[in-house]
Design a binder for this molecule. Structure first.
Ligand SMILES: Cc1cc2nc3c(=O)[nH]c(=O)nc-3n(C[C@H](O)[C@H](O)[C@H](O)COP(=O)(O)OP(=O)(O)OC[C@H]3O[C@@H](n4cnc5c(N)ncnc54)[C@H](O)[C@@H]3O)c2cc1C
Length: 387
């Protein structure tokens, strides 16, 4: 077991302790996030030479799943920060790496993500607002309708059109310190689930230095293919799986306990059938997650390109499949738990919270968009190399 996994295992109970209240009140889980910071987990992916834990995406997957068993909102806040960190590690210039990475590792500097935009919605690889340059600075004026942890982040990675005369697909990724910008919250987050992520709407208005562009200006697509998409889809899927795994374990533990409700009679064929169905969902999600993880780790180890059709399809399939299968599993557990155990906010097992939280999985980068992309590639090579 790695140090990061040992640390995360010890923190699951802290996250679980604060999860219900943060969800009920729709507040940012400060205590849980602070515990992750103090344990050094904000620097999981920061290389050791910058003071971090030097973990890889395999560690990210394992830790994300563990943390999500305590609180899915907190795990997502952390996982998305790690996704941004991976982007900085792999694509920022040395000056920005030296400024940011030690702060992430030592202070738990929190990086939020700004890719969604009002005019173009969720589409990752395009942007409408443009960066404007004056003599020494780059001006960042951006509407950001959904920013997880936006009120509390120390900095943002923002996608924008590379210049006022650039087309929508010529996108730059730019880092903005909170102190460099006027950051206004313009929309609250009063959502069905993932309530503690506080994914508020913001207006950002600031100025950054040219070295704060991450990757080659106008070539965000390369950053997305190499880092943001693989790290994101692996980390989100691990979070969803971790939450659903916890729901299944908790319901099984309840069914074996003295507090077992009458409907959860383990001698019943129907109860076993429903448990079996939920387990099959999670077996499939887990197998596909591990397959995609191994493929990404192998490509990173060998320096193979991440920008290949088969991998795009695999990573998009991972996100679609894990979001659907984990939600399906928890939906089945709600049915199994019934009106009192499955459907009540104050039930012994937080199935109702997991259900609301996991409903976001197909929306958090819309499955409709990903299925469209998978379908387009399928038109090119049919079943491809499928076994
Ligand atoms: C919990 C949570 C946290 C999030 N955190 C962040 C964050 O930190 N930063 C950030 O930038 N964003 C964040 N998002 C935003 C999210 O990832 C989406 O990008 C955002 O909701 C907008 O999605 P959308 O434009 O696809 O459509 P939505 O507004 O979700 O829905 C519009 C509908 O139109 C469909 N649609 C529109 N255009 C197309 C198309 N071209 N092809 C197929 N279908 C289409 C969608 O599928 C959907 O049915 C978060 C979302 C959630 C749920």
């Amino acid at each position: 077991m790695t140090q990061a996994v040992t640390t995360a295992t010890a923190l699951v109970s802290v996250l679980a302790e604060h999860a219900a209240k943060a969800d009920a009140e729709g507040v940012f889980p400060h205590e849980s996030v602070q515990a992750l910071r103090e344990a050094g987990l904000f620097g999981l992916l920061v290389p050791t030479e910058y003071g971090g834990m030097g973990g890889d995406l395999g560690d990210l997957v394992e830790v994300a799943a563990l943390l999500a068993g305590g609180c899915l909102s907190t795990a997502m806040i952390w996982a998305m920060h790690c996704q941004q960190t991976d982007v900085v590690v792999r694509h920022a210039g040395e000056r920005l790496r030296t400024e940011l990475l030690p702060r992430i590792a030592e202070e738990g500097y929190y990086l939020a993500s700004v890719t969604t935009e009002p005019a173009k919605g969720g589409h990752l690889l395009s942007a409408s607002s443009a960066i404007e340059a004056d003599e020494t600075e780059l001006l960042v004026r951006r509407s950001a309708p959904v920013v997880t942890g936006g009120e509390h982040a120390d900095g943002f990675l923002v996608t924008m059109r590379a210049a006022p005369d650039a087309p929508p697909n010529q996108v730059s990724l730019i880092h903005l310190h909170r102190g460099q910008a006027d950051t206004r919250v313009v929309r609250d987050w009063n959502a069905m689930g993932m309530r503690a992520t506080r994914s508020v709407g913001m207006e950002l208005d600031g100025a950054t230095a040219p070295h704060q562009v991450v990757g080659t200006p106008g070539e965000f697509r390369r950053v997305a293919m190499d880092s943001m998409i693989p790290a994101g889809h692996l980390a989100w899927s691990a979070c969803w799986l971790g939450a659903a795994r916890d729901a299944l374990d908790a319901l099984v533990a309840l069914s074996r306990s003295r507090q077992r409700p009458g409907g959860l009679d383990t001698r019943s064929e129907l109860v076993r059938h429903r448990l079996g169905r939920a387990r099959v969902d999670l077996e499939l999600a887990s197998a596909y997650l591990l397959r995609a993880r191994d493929e990404v780790l192998l490509r990173r180890r060998t320096g193979a390109s991440m920008d290949v059709r088969a991998l795009h399809m695999q990573l998009d399939t991972l996100k679609v499949a894990c979001s659907e299968l984990t939600f399906s599993a928890v939906d089945r557990l709600v049915q199994l738990g019934g009106t009192m155990t499955g459907y009540q906010r104050d039930a012994a097992v937080p199935l109702e919270r997991h259900f609301r939280d996991l409903r976001s999985a197909s929306l958090n980068y819309s499955n409709d968009r990903l299925l469209g992309a998978i379908g387009t590639l399928t038109l090119l090579d049919g079943a491809g190399q499928l076994f």
